[in-house]
Design a protein around this ligand. Structure first.
Ligand SMILES: [Zn+2]
Length: 422
C-alpha cells in the first residue's frame, strides 16, 4: 500500500505544471530607452519571462491572462542602484542603540513593498545591518514578502570611528554596538571582504571618505588609505564581486577610482581632473541627488545634530555639480537615490533631479535607471529592457515620460518576474 502511495505521489510530481501565459497590451512601449518609443504592442510572458514582443494588440491565446495597459505607456521595471531598505529616514543616531536588527528587517519588508509599488523592480541595497539585508533578500526571493529583486551588500566597510562605524556614545556602548565592519590595514580589509562574501554579499560597499549624516567623523575627507582601498577592491574582484565606494571629498574619490572601484556613490566634490580619471577608467557615478532632497527637507528642524548640520551646510551648495560635469565628460551615470535618507517610495524623484541638476535628457535619465543600471549590477541580460529572454519586469504610466520624467513619480501598474505587484 505504502509503495503504491509513493508511486502515485511520484507520478503526481512528475507532471509538469501548466505554463502560465500572460499577454500584456501596451498603448505605447518604451522597451529600451535608447530606441524610439513604439505604438500599441503585445508582450507575451510565459512563467515570468518575456517570450515575444510584437507590434499591435494581439488577442490572447486560449488560457492566457490579459493585462490591459492599452491606455498607458509601458516601460521596463525601474532599477535603483543605491537604497537602504532597512533604514528609517531622519532617525536619531541613538536609535541604533534601541532598535534591533530584527526590527529593522521588518522595517525593510515594509519598505520593499513601498519601493516595488513605486515602480522599482530591482534594487541594490548598499548597507544594512549584519544580517537583515540578506534575510530580506531571501524572503523576497522565496515570495514570503513582496518586493523588488534585491542585490545586497550587507554591512558597508568603514574605518574605525568613520562613516558607518558606531560613534557618538561612550566607549562601552560603542563596544557593545560594534558591527565588526571596520578594518585597518590591507590584510584585515581583505579579510572583511572575504567574510562579507561568505555571508552572502552580492556587492561590496565601502566608505572611502567621511559621510554627511554620521556623528563621529568630523570631515568628509579620505578615510581608507590607498593600500586599504586597493586590498578591498582587488579582493572583491577576485571573488567576482563589484565594489561601490561612498565618497564625497575629491581626494577620496580619486583614490577609489585609481584603486579600480566600479562605482562612486555621491561623488559630491569630484574635481574636473577626477571626473576625467573616471572617464578614462570607465568608473560609474551614482549621484544620489534625492539623498540631498531628503536632507534639505530636514535641515534646521532639530532632526540632525549640530555636527551633522555643519557638514550638511558645506555640502548642499555643491550638490549636482559633479554629476553635471561627469555627464558632460561622458562618465556613465547610473540611477541611485540613497532611499532611507529620504522616504522610501519617492525614488522616482531622482529623474527630475538628474534632468534639472545634471543635465540628462529624459531618455538618458530613464536609461540610467534601466539599461545602464542593469549593466552596473551585472544583470544586462536579465532586467532593464522589455525583450524576449528578459525577466517580466515592467511598469505602466499615464502619458509620455520622454516628455516629462515627473510622470514616473506616479506609476499605475507594476509587474516583477511576471507577478503583478500587490
Ligand atoms: Zn547610502
Amino acid at each position: 500500500m505504502l509503495a503504491r502511495i509513493l508511486l502515485l505521489l511520484a507520478a503526481l510530481f512528475a507532471v509538469p505544471a501548466a505554463a502560465e501565459t500572460i499577454i500584456v497590451h501596451a498603448g505605447h512601449l518604451l522597451a529600451d530607452p535608447s530606441r524610439p518609443e513604439a505604438g500599441p504592442s503585445t508582450i507575451t510572458i510565459v512563467d515570468g519571462r518575456i517570450t515575444a514582443v510584437t507590434a499591435g494588440l494581439q488577442a490572447p491565446p486560449q488560457g492566457a491572462r490579459l493585462v490591459d495597459l492599452s491606455a498607458k505607456t509601458v516601460l521596463p521595471g525601474l532599477i535603483d542602484a543605491h537604497v537602504h531598505l532597512t533604514a528609517v529616514p531622519g532617525e536619531a543616531f541613538w536609535q541604533e542603540a534601541v532598535n534591533t536588527d530584527e526590527y529593522y528587517a521588518l522595517v525593510g519588508a515594509h519598505n520593499a513593498l513601498t519601493t516595488l509599488r513605486a515602480g522599482f523592480t530591482t534594487v541594490r541595497d548598499l548597507g544594512s545591518g549584519p544580517q537583515n539585508g540578506f534575510a530580506l533578500r531571501r524572503a523576497i526571493e522565496q515570495g514570503l514578502v513582496p518586493g523588488p529583486r534585491m542585490l545586497a551588500a550587507g554591512q558597508a566597510l568603514s574605518v574605525i570611528g568613520g562613516h558607518g562605524d558606531v560613534s557618538g556614545y561612550r566607549p562601552e556602548v560603542m563596544a557593545a554596538l560594534d558591527g565588526h565592519n571596520t578594518c585597518t590595514g590591507a590584510d584585515q580589509c581583505a579579510a572583511r571582504v572575504r567574510e562579507a562574501a561568505r555571508n552572502g554579499a552580492d556587492v561590496i560597499k565601502f566608505h572611502a571618505t567621511g559621510g554627511v549624516l554620521s556623528q563621529g567623523d568630523k570631515s568628509l575627507g579620505q578615510a581608507f588609505s590607498d593600500a586599504e582601498m586597493k586590498a578591498i577592491i582587488d579582493t572583491a574582484h577576485n571573488l567576482g564581486l563589484k565594489v561601490a565606494a561612498h565618497a564625497h571629498a575629491d581626494a577620496g574619490i580619486a583614490a577609489a577610482v585609481r584603486a579600480g572601484v566600479d562605482s562612486i556613490e555621491h561623488g559630491t566634490f569630484a574635481s574636473p581632473a577626477t571626473i576625467r580619471l573616471m572617464k578614462a577608467r570607465g568608473t560609474v557615478l551614482v549621484p544620489t541627488l534625492m539623498a540631498f532632497t531628503g536632507i534639505r527637507e530636514r535641515l534646521g528642524k532639530g532632526i540632525y545634530t549640530p555636527t551633522v548640520e555643519d557638514k550638511v551646510r558645506m555640502t548642499l551648495g555643491e550638490v549636482g555639480k559633479a554629476a553635471r560635469l561627469a555627464h558632460e565628460n561622458g562618465v556613465p551615470i547610473v540611477f541611485g537615490t540613497d532611499a532611507g535618507v529620504y522616504e522610501h517610495g519617492r525614488n522616482a524623484g531622482e529623474f527630475a533631479e538628474l534632468v534639472a541638476r545634471a543635465g540628462l535628457s529624459p531618455a538618458e535619465a530613464i536609461a540610467s535607471a534601466t539599461t545602464a543600471a542593469a549593466h552596473l549590477l551585472g544583470l544586462d541580460s536579465e532586467v532593464g529592457r522589455i525583450a524576449p529572454g528578459f525577466s517580466a519586469d515592467l511598469i505602466a504610466v499615464d502619458g509620455d515620460p520622454l516628455k516629462d520624467v515627473r510622470i514616473l513619480e506616479h506609476v499605475d501598474y507594476v509587474m516583477v518576474k511576471g507577478r503583478t505587484a500587490p
